[in-house]
Write a protein that binds this ligand. Structure first.
Ligand code: ADP
Ligand code: 5GP
Length: 195
């Protein structure tokens, strides 16, 4: 049976990365896709673990070679999902998580219609701003741009299969795990019906 594809989006600072680390500890048979990006690494980020940090030229090459399942410009840099890595896992029955923006999420949904889209919401815009400031990985201007982008991204949440509000971290983690377990069970039942 093919693996399930889960796409997690949400405004920068909503807590996607934090939640994904937690759910990966709770679930087996799941792999988090590592995207390519033209953005500079943050001090704690490792090439090949958090992202593949590539030049503009290399990113152009990946597009030309059809190496990306989707890509988008987000906050002034380009980000893309490495196609073969994802398809290979899905075909060998491993569930895959993509943590990507809404533009990318809808591109993937067009190509792989079974993808399950999950949107992570902050409890409020004030809390989103507080989290971005506490994280301290962007300048004041970059934080302002991410908050403006958040308002646009939040409009797309109606097109997602589920919305998780990340207020209490423990509860949001459990909600995400439950969504994934329910989708897995539904896929198994669908497969059983088909046989
Ligand atoms: P994203 O990946 O969506 O950009 P992060 O996972 O980096 O967001 O989280 C942004 C900041 O908010 C981090 O400092 C993280 O520790 C903090 N954070 C995440 N979830 C919560 C939560 N439920 N309550 C309080 N702080 C949180
Ligand atoms: P950050 O710079 O904070 O790591 O990520 C910024 C935004 O880019 C987030 O919304 C994140 O989900 C998105 N992103 C990360 N990787 C990809 C990707 O491969 N494709 C797309 N479309 N967006 C991505």
């Amino acid at each position: 049976m093919r693996g399930n594809l889960f796409i997690i989006s949400g405004p920068s600072g909503a807590g996607k990365g934090t939640l994904v680390v937690r759910i990966l500890k709770e679930l087996n048979n799941v792999w988090l896709s590592v995207s390519a990006t033209t953005r500079d690494p943050r001090p704690d980020e490792v090439d090949g673990i958090h992202y593949f940090f590539v030049s503009d030229q290399r990113f152009d090459q990946l597009i030309e070679q059809n190496g990306l399942l989707e890509w988008a410009s987000v906050h002034g840099c380009r980000y893309g999902t490495l196609r073969d890595e994802v398809i290979r896992r899905l075909e060998s029955g491993i569930d895959v998580i993509l943590e990507i923006d809404p533009q990318g999420a809808f591109q993937v949904k067009e190509k792989l219609s079974d993808a399950i889209l999950i949107f992570v919401m902050p409890p409020s815009m004030a809390e989103l701003e507080r989290r971005l400031r506490i994280r301290g990985t962007e300048s004041c201007e970059q934080i302002a741009a991410r908050l403006r982008a958040a308002k646009v991204e939040i409009f797309t949440k109606e097109r997602y299969n589920s919305v998780v509000i990340n207020d209490d971290l423990e509860k949001a983690t459990n909600d995400l795990v439950e969504i994934i377990m329910t989708a897995r069970q539904a896929a198994i039942e669908q497969e059983t019906d088909r046989v």
